[in-house]
Design a protein around this ligand. Structure first.
Ligand code: SAM
Length: 249
């Protein structure tokens, strides 16, 4: 992608910009990126992983290994074009899998590629029965900070008593991650959050953090080093981090 293409995706300047005031970045509409999402993701991350499916497999695998009780209903919140859905179905073959998103065009692609899962548009008043696992990958940094607590509250209400919410987010401490985000057109509205903010959102929604790990340290071409990642989970240098939380017991 050329520099000009990237500028074409930059948010339109607002009146606040003209006055030199800081303003929130314009919200990205993923309908505009649904057709090109895979190609843009590949372009942004190819130096780390040539196969961008790697990220979906990696995250679902972590969550599967951490699952404590039976998983009968799974929600992927902000599922986009459904890149994680097939892996969730594979990891939890007996579970009913559902994906939701605010982007109708992305959901249409997700539904086309994942016939056995259910999909719903996220909108005011959407009520869903309780889930044993709620999987959220790379979504919160697209939600304006003032709206994040409300979203977490919605997720907490959709959680079964023994279930868990597993959130993956870009690690703002990692300079490579920050560079990837700043060059990726659909990340133009990204406001990265530190683990401390995400833990606070869980806490304020009445949930207890059960685990926090940094992840995605080792590029897949150095797969023989992957077993070392389990000793590095405390090190704030992974490409992303993962926090899992559930109802306080
Ligand atoms: C970077 S994509 C990630 C998609 C998917 N989770 C994945 O890992 O491939 C972010 C997604 O979050 C969705 N999104 C943004 N704000 C949202 C909100 N408030 N509620 C639900 N989904 C949202 C976008 O429409 C987009 O599909």
């Amino acid at each position: 992608m050329s520099g000009n293409d990237q500028r074409a995706h930059a948010p339109t300047p607002t009146a606040a910009d003209a006055r030199g005031e800081a303003s929130a970045p314009a919200k990205i509409d993923f309908d505009d990126y649904s057709q090109d999402y895979d190609a843009l993701l590949h372009e942004s991350t190819k130096l780390y992983a040539e196969d961008s499916e790697y990220f979906a497999r990696y995250k679902v695998d972590l969550v599967k290994k951490a699952a404590r009780g039976p998983v009968r209903r799974v929600l992927e919140y902000g599922c986009g074009t459904g890149r994680n859905i097939g892996y969730l179905q594979e990891a939890f073959p007996d579970a009913q899998i559902m994906g939701t998103d605010v982007s109708e065009a992305s959901l249409a692609i997700a539904a086309q590629n994942n016939r056995s899962a259910g999909f719903e548009l996220e909108q005011e008043g959407l009520e869903l029965a309780a889930f044993d696992l709620i999987f959220v990958a790379s979504v919160f940094h697209h939600i304006p900070p003032a709206e994040r607590a409300g979203v977490m509250g919605t997720l907490a209400r959709r959680l079964a008593p023994a279930g868990s919410i597993d959130v993956f987010e870009h690690n703002p401490f990692n300079p490579v991650t920050r560079r990837i985000v700043s060059n990726c057109p659909f990340d133009a509205d990204a406001v990265l959050l530190k683990p401390v903010e995400l833990r606070g959102l869980f806490r304020d929604a009445g949930l207890q953090v059960q685990q926090q790990s940094y992840c995605l340290f080792v590029p897949p071409r150095l797969g023989w080093l992957l077993p070392l990642e389990k000793y590095m989970r405390w090190l704030p240098l992974g490409g992303q981090y993962w926090i899992s939380a559930g109802q306080s017991r």
